[in-house]
Design a protein around this ligand. Structure first.
Ligand SMILES: [Zn+2]
Length: 364
C-alpha cells in the first residue's frame, strides 16, 4: 500500500483527556464502564496498546496506565500529531457534522500532514435552519443553503439510520408533504426525526450531485440495529439509480454481506469498512475478507471512521493494512490471484477507488 485515503472520519479532541474520558472516546457505549471492568479491556484497547504504544516510544502492548501517562507527559498536541502522522494518511474526508471541541479542518490537516476534504452532514445543515425558516419555504431554503454549504466539499452524509431507520419508501416526498412535515417539526422543535423530512433532505443531498455517504450497520446506542440493515435501502437505491449519484454505505457490520450484494447489483453503490475494522481489533483479519466476497474490488473503500482520539486513525490504518496484506497473501499462496492482481487490488481499495468516487484532485 503506497497511498492511503481515509474516506470517512471525524476530527479529534483539541485537549487533554482523563482516563474516564479516554475510555469513553474508545467505545460506542455512552455510559462509563460498569464497576469492575474497563472498555479498554476489549479489541479496541488491545489494538491501541499494540499499534499506538510504539508510536509514542513505548514497547508494543505496554500497559494502558503506562500508555496514558506517556500520552499525558507528551501533551495532547504532540501525542495527536505523532499518532496522526504515524497513520500515514495522505488525505482525510472529514464529516463536519460533529464539531464540538474538535480541531477545525485546517488544524487537523496541518497536524496530520494530510490533505483535508469536507463531507457535509445533511441533518446538521437542516437542523441549523430551525427557527430561521417557515414551513412553506423550508424546501427551497434548505436546497439553497445546502448548495452553498457543499461548495468545495467532496460528499454529503446522512445519518438517517439513527433518526428513523433505513426502511424508507422509494419515492420522493411531494412539496405539500414536505411543507406539512416541516410545519410540524418547526412548531415542536428538537432534533429532526420526522421520516418524511429526513427522506426529503436525503433527496436534496442527491440533487447536489455529490456522492452520498450513508451510515449503516452498528454505531452508538442511539441506533435501532435492525433498522440499520442496508438491505432495507433497496427501494431507495433503485429509485436513486437513474441519477447516477454514488451512494457509499459506511461501516455495514454486521450486515456487510448484505451491503456487498447491494454493491454488486447496483452500479452506483459502494461499501466502506470504516469503524468495523477498528472495533474488531485482531478479528479484523477475519472480517475484512468478507467485504471482498460479492462486491467488485472497485466498489470497496477504506476509511477509519476515527473520531475524537488520534489513536483511532492509526489503529484503523494499521489493521486495514495488516488484514488486507493477510488476505491478498493468502490468495496469492492459493494461486487465486497473481502478484500483479494483489498490487492492483491494494491500490484500488487504499486510494484509487476514493479518488475516483469522490473525484479528488478535480477542480470544483
Ligand atoms: Zn463516522
Amino acid at each position: 500500500v503506497e497511498v492511503l485515503i481515509d474516506g470517512h472520519c471525524h476530527s479529534v479532541i483539541a485537549g487533554d483527556l482523563d482516563r474516564a474520558g479516554f475510555e469513553l472516546a474508545c467505545t460506542e457505549a455512552n455510559l462509563p464502564s460498569p464497576e469492575g471492568l474497563s472498555y479498554l479491556d476489549s479489541q479496541v484497547g488491545l489494538a491501541i496498546r499494540r499499534w499506538c504504544a510504539p508510536a509514542l516510544g513505548l514497547p508494543p502492548h505496554a500497559g494502558i496506565e503506562d500508555y496514558l501517562s506517556r500520552r499525558d507527559s507528551l501533551g495532547w498536541q504532540r501525542a495527536t500529531a505523532t499518532l496522526l502522522r504515524s497513520a500515514g494518511l495522505a488525505a482525510l474526508l472529514v464529516d463536519t457534522g460533529l464539531d464540538d471541541g474538535l480541531l477545525d479542518l485546517a488544524a487537523l490537516g496541518d497536524t496530520a500532514g494530510a490533505t483535508v476534504h469536507e463531507v457535509v452532514r445533511l441533518e446538521h445543515v437542516a437542523q441549523g435552519l430551525a427557527g430561521d425558516v417557515e414551513a412553506a419555504t423550508f424546501a427551497s431554503v434548505f436546497a439553497e443553503t445546502l448548495h452553498r454549504r457543499v461548495r468545495g466539499a467532496v460528499a454529503v452524509k446522512s445519518i438517517l439510520a439513527y433518526r428513523c431507520g433505513l426502511d424508507i419508501p422509494a419515492t420522493r416526498p411531494t412539496p405539500a408533504e414536505v411543507s406539512r412535515a416541516a410545519g410540524d417539526w418547526l412548531r415542536t422543535g428538537g432534533p429532526l426525526t420526522d421520516p418524511l423530512l429526513l427522506r426529503h433532505i436525503l433527496w436534496t443531498g442527491i440533487d447536489t450531485g455529490l456522492p452520498v455517504q450513508l451510515h449503516t450497520g452498528f454505531g452508538d446506542r442511539d441506533l435501532r440495529l435492525p433498522a440499520a440493515d442496508p438491505s432495507l435501502l433497496e427501494p431507495f437505491l433503485a429509485a436513486a439509480e437513474p441519477t447516477g449519484v454514488p451512494i457509499v454505505l459506511l461501516h455495514c457490520y454486521p450486515y456487510h454481506r448484505q451491503a456487498g450484494w447491494l454493491a454488486l447489483v447496483y452500479p452506483h453503490v459502494y461499501i466502506d469498512f470504516g469503524l468495523t475494522i477498528t472495533h474488531l481489533g485482531a478479528r479484523a483479519v477475519r472480517v475484512l475478507p468478507e467485504f471482498f466476497e460479492l462486491a467488485p474490488f472497485g466498489k470497496v473503500l477504506f476509511s477509519t471512521d476515527a473520531y475524537l482520539l488520534p489513536e483511532l486513525y492509526l489503529v484503523g490504518a494499521e489493521q486495514f493494512k495488516l488484514s488486507l496484506w493477510r488476505l491478498l497473501d493468502e490468495w496469492c499462496y492459493d494461486d487465486a490471484i497473481s502478484v500483479a492482481d494483489a498490487d492492483r487490488i491494494a491500490q484500488q481499495v487504499s486510494a484509487r477507488n476514493a479518488q475516483r468516487v469522490y473525484r479528488l484532485g478535480q477542480r470544483r
